[in-house]
Write a protein that binds this ligand. Structure first.
Ligand SMILES: C[S@@+](CC[C@H](N)C(=O)[O-])C[C@H]1O[C@@H](n2cnc3c(N)ncnc32)[C@H](O)[C@@H]1O
Length: 256
């Protein structure tokens, strides 16, 4: 069964001119989540041999930059860099090559597998952390991020780190992933840039009333809607959900 599946996507990649069967993973992820749209600028971290770059170019037609430790054979209209995504200086190289910020950062980077399951998992999470750090510096507000991670006991913590930074985050394994593989993809949409994050506890003053009748506190110029709160109240609140332009909070207690 696994062999049939491998052969199927391998053959399809050959037929359709993709350099790697992994191209179908990005196509399937994009079909479900609409991560890359026409005109988007896209950065691909860990991009060799270039299957995802071919897909990104086809889907967006915008500016595309791919980075890998290995040389990437030329793809028309795609800029490629030979660099290590765990190095701080690589982010500056990418920014220069891109000429600005990115709409989408994708990362299919994988360590050379040792077969020692917990070691491979740990290195994969390290790479994914580097990718998240790079994405936070490279993305425009509301930008999207897709990253591969091998499942294991550090997965949940990493997923929560991504959840703090984006409005919607899901883990997804596309059909083209091999059944025996531990890989999964975290699909994160709409980078948050406001000053608060889900779970934050803050002391605030309710300054106005929103359309819903709930109280509104301003945190560094960012509106936080506090359910059931009244103007003039000083409250301890907990941030429950964050959107790009405002957040929702519940009341933990009153501060007299
Ligand atoms: C599964 S392949 C990517 C396949 C690619 N998405 C495609 O469709 O052709 C994983 C890549 O991650 C790269 N990689 C691993 N660690 C890296 C690092 N620290 N910096 C840059 N690339 C890295 C590897 O060299 C390898 O080419």
């Amino acid at each position: 069964m696994a062999r049939d599946q491998r052969d199927y996507y391998y053959r399809l990649a050959k037929e359709e001119g993709y350099r790697a069967r992994s191209a179908f993973k990005l196509l399937q992820i994009n079909e479900k989540f609409h991560i890359i749209k026409r005109g988007d600028s896209v950065v691909d971290l860990g991009a060799a041999p270039g299957g995802w770059l071919q897909v990104a170019r086809k889907l967006s037609g915008g500016r595309i930059v791919g980075v890998d430790l290995e040389e990437i054979e030329r793809i028309p209209d795609v800029i490629t860099l030979k660099a290590d995504i765990t190095q701080e200086s690589t982010v500056d190289m990418i920014k220069n090559a891109l000429g600005g910020s990115a709409d989408v950062v994708i990362c299919d980077a994988a360590p050379k597998l040792t077969g020692a399951w917990d070691m491979d998992h740990a290195v994969s999470v390290d790479l994914a952390r580097s990718a998240l750090r790079a994405a936070l510096k490279l993305l425009k507000p509301r930008g999207n991020f897709v990253v591969k991670v091998f499942q294991g006991d550090m997965f949940a913590d990493y997923l929560n780190e991504v959840k703090r930074e984006f409005e919607s985050v899901q883990a997804h394994t596309p059909a083209a992933s091999r059944k025996e593989s531990a890989e999964t993809y975290i699909v994160a949409k709409k980078l948050l840039t406001g000053p608060v994050r889900r779970g934050d506890i803050l002391d605030v003053l309710i300054e106005s009333t929103g359309k819903s009748g709930d109280g509104v506190a301003m945190v560094d110029g960012f509106a936080v809607i506090v359910r059931g709160a009244k103007i003039g109240e000083r409250l301890r609140i907990k941030i429950e959900a964050v959107k790009p332009n405002f957040a929702f909070a519940s009341v933990l207690g009153r501060k007299d």
